[in-house]
Design a protein around this ligand. Structure first.
Ligand code: ADP
Ligand code: ZN
Ligand code: ZN
Length: 754
């Protein structure tokens, strides 16, 4: 007779729900919540799934399948991780399987984890003084071999007759300037032997640790205020101007948690930022500090995972610095989560599902561990600041920069006027050129920010106005001069630069607008003696490219660094005094209710890079609209007025934080079918939600990779739990999918889409 034990299992599928399997007797002892098992699903396909719970309620389906085997006997996923997956799937309307796919490295299996082996060399025995002298004597005729032995003794500090220590083969060879062949000869003679030892894939800094810095008076006040608010509240927003020393305050909070034996998660929105902060953390906290982001290889990710999950006092990570996916690491005892640059849009994942917001999910994760959350920013999101103002979060401010250095002066440069008066030198105003010239004269460094990569956003026929567009998307192709190609930034489609117009065959094709690549080209002409580099998606494809560029800028090998938003956030350079924002207009004119908030934040962030140490920095903002109200606020670094203005606007037009939004994207390869089906869904939703439904409408980019797109936006009132509304939305989608047979239609739901 078969037993009646069942396991509910999460499978990496987009289908909602957990799947129930029978547990065969022979593996029953190993099947526990959190373990990874193999099961069959659908036709013949095998999947690795995670067991969530075990019970004896016979499910109401026939032919229930059995678990095939247990891949990983020790639980891979702990209870709080399962809770987080569940919460994300409910809140963001996706399956737990989609969360699982985002959460675990694809090749994860801790038992099969293979450490990297490296060759080490050591003496074959504990030689006595006499023996050693005899060996060295014999080797007099082989000076190269002798070099290796001397190097070995130097590196290990070997004393005759004592324990023999291994050194890595590569360091021995480089120390002795020898080749592997000469080393082989010594091994053949039986003097040295080689051994294989497991080594970490993660490069480590040395164990030397410096005490943490003393806080300034203002920092101490802020630190105390945070701590006293945390007695009553779980979340505190630290609103500190750029370079006020927020990171230093985090370091003090981290130290307290580590002393208590708690784990800490420190989140950043962008990989580029981890480069500098990790050094600051390791300097104080040493080897318990780990980093996690998507640039690690799978085996590296598994090693990091293991070092968090296993409670090995010598080898465990207790402090993790990571980007949004670090939420999913196997924490067992978090005391604190820091979400730095909490306003940053990169915390939201848009595609594919799970479309989660890492800041909001971090707050959930912290509550599951009964831990505290610190949100930090120089220009908080309107939502977080609102939560702080209305008392839901604590609020602590830091109004001055560390060292009492003044916030940078901001100069507005009117491009419209400069063009009219013919004062522009390519895309640079006289104000920006003057500031750059002064800085270069003093050997100070400069950052130029332009939010577009490539050479020019589009090219155009000067005769008839024809613009080459992507064959799969409704977007113009961007010209990349370095590779001599036109590229679609939505799907990656690439084609050669046309020599003549497709429409009128004129050969007068001209580039329009400018991206970082063009700025780089032109800066080199304007300042031929300056050393110029560029940091954007195109120059940072390799794993170490961020490190290299940031190091080179720190070490002053670069005078002018040009970049996209990648260079706008959190970086701290000592000798950087001038920041140029080349085109503020295209930030402000984005068609989105958050455009003003975002452009304020971005300008404030980029400006914040200037003049962080000895002296006040200078920022030149180029715009054709110097009277713009957001730019006026940036000029005064006036966050609070920006908040009030946005708050009023959002109240008037009913946007978050006054409502919640759910965005539905509907895609079909046939435009008229798409219109038909999106109208049906729109009507259905309007019957339920009335005027709360906006659309269906065509988004700015109305076709991507041959799929036409329509969106429907639903605004749900605050104050009511959103669960019911979300349920109704899902039901409406299911009705539509039943009607269409679903296969030719793609529907995605995005909760809190902006
Ligand atoms: P933020 O995170 O607010 O932008 P940082 O923590 O990076 O500011 O501080 C700005 C600069 O001032 C950094 O170079 C940092 O090392 C320095 N700094 C901040 N606080 C202290 C302190 N208490 N002692 C010494 N240096 C500090
Ligand atoms: Zn033409
Ligand atoms: Zn495309």
């Amino acid at each position: 007779m078969t037993n009646n034990r069942f396991a509910d299992i999460i499978l990496p599928l987009a289908v909602k729900g957990r799947f129930t399997y029978r547990i065969p007797d022979n593996i029953a002892g190993n099947v526990r919540p959190g373990v990874m098992v193999t099961v069959q699903f659908g036709g013949r396909k095998l999947y690795s799934g995670i067991v969530c719970n075990i019970h004896d309620k016979t499910p109401g389906i026939k032919n229930i399948k059995s678990v095939i085997n247990v891949i990983e006997g020790t639980p891979l996923i702990n209870e709080s991780q399962l809770k987080l997956w569940h919460w994300i799937s409910e809140y963001y309307l996706c399956s737990e399987g989609e969360v699982m796919k985002a959460a675990i490295p694809s090749e994860i299996s801790l038992n099969n984890f293979k450490p990297r082996l490296e060759t080490f060399i050591k003496f074959s025995g504990k030689f006595t003084e006499d023996e050693l002298n005899e060996i060295l004597d014999k080797l007099k005729k082989a000076p190269k071999q002798q070099d290796i032995l001397s190097a070995y003794i130097r590196l290990t500090g070997y004393k005759t007759g004592t324990e023999v220590f291994p050194v890595s083969k590569s360091s021995l060879l480089s120390e002795s300037h020898s080749s592997a062949g000469i080393l082989e000869a010594l091994i053949d003679k039986g003097i040295l032997t080689s051994v294989s030892q497991p080594v970490s894939r993660i490069s480590e800094t040395n164990g030397y640790r410096e005490p943490i810095e003393q806080l300034s008076e203002a920092q101490t006040t802020a630190f105390r205020s945070i701590k006293s608010q945390l007695l009553e509240k779980d979340i505190v927003l630290l609103h500190g101007v750029t370079s006020s020393g927020k990171t230093e305050i985090y370091i003090h909070l981290i130290e307290e948690q580590l002393k208590k034996g708690k784990q800490v998660l420190y989140m950043l929105p962008e990989i580029a930022l981890t480069t500098q902060i990790i050094l600051r953390l390791k300097k104080h906290f040493g080897a318990v500090t780990g980093v996690y982001h998507s640039r690690f290889s799978d085996p590296e990710k598994v090693e990091i995972w293991k070092r968090i999950a296993e409670n090995d006092p010598l080898n465990s990570y207790r402090l993790i610095l990571g980007v949004r996916s670090s939420l999913f690491l196997p924490f067992s005892d978090l005391g604190l989560i820091i979400v730095d640059e909490e306003h940053d849009g990169s915390y939201k994942q848009h595609d594919p599902a799970p479309r989660y917001h890492a800041r909001d999910s971090a707050i959930m994760l912290a509550s599951m561990h009964k831990a505290k959350t610190i949100l930090g920013s120089a220009s908080p999101s309107v939502e977080s600041y609102n939560n702080a103002v209305n008392g839901k979060y604590g609020l602590t401010g830091l109004k001055e920069r560390f060292g009492l250095i003044k916030l940078p002066t901001i100069i507005l440069a009117n491009t419209r006027e400069a063009y009219r008066k013919k004062l522009m030198v390519s895309h640079f105003t006289p104000e920006l050129l003057q500031a750059m010239d002064d800085a270069l004269g003093k050997e100070e460094q400069i950052i130029l920010f332009q939010n577009r990569r490539g050479f020019s956003p589009y090219i155009e026929c000067s005769e008839c106005g024809w613009i080459p567009a992507c064959i799969q998307c409704a977007v113009n192709l961007t010209y990349h001069k370095g590779i001599g190609k036109l590229v679609c930034h939505y799907c990656g489609y690439t084609t050669s630069m046309p020599s003549k117009c497709d429409n009128c065959h004129s050969t007068e094709m001209v580039t329009r607008g400018f991206g970082t690549e063009k700025i780089e080209d032109e800066i080199k002409i304007v300042f031929p003696a300056a050393r110029v580099a560029r940091m954007d998606q195109d120059t940072t494809r390799n794993k170490n490219s961020f490190n290299k560029l940031i190091r080179a800028f720190e070490d002053r090998w670069i005078d002018i660094l040009i970049g996209t938003q990648m260079i706008s956030k959190g970086l701290d350079f000592e000798n950087l005094t001038v920041v140029g924002i080349l085109n503020a207009d295209n930030l402000l004119n984005y068609p989105d209710f958050r455009a003003h908030e975002r452009s304020f934040q971005l300008m404030e962030q980029v400006s914040g890079r200037a003049g962080r140490r000895q002296k006040q920095g200078k920022v030149v903002i180029q715009t054709s609209d110097p009277e713009n109200k957001i730019i006026r606020l940036v000029l005064r670094h006036d966050y609070v007025s920006m908040f009030r203005m946005q708050y009023e606007e959002r109240m008037t037009f009913n946007y978050p934080p006054f409502c919640r939004m759910v965005k539905i994207s509907i895609k079909h390869k046939d435009r008229s079918q798409l219109n038909h089906f999106s109208d049906i869904l729109g009507r259905d939703l309007k019957e339920i939600f009335g005027k709360r439904v906006l659309g269906p409408e065509s988004p700015v980019i109305a076709q991507v990779q041959l799929w036409y797109i329509k969106t429907i936006l639903i605004k749900i009132e605050r104050g009511k739990p959103p669960v019911k509304a979300k349920q109704l939305i899902i039901e409406a989608i299911v009705r539509l999918e039943k009607e269409t047979g679903a296969s030719s239609l793609k529907i995605a739901v995005d909760v809190d889409p902006y």
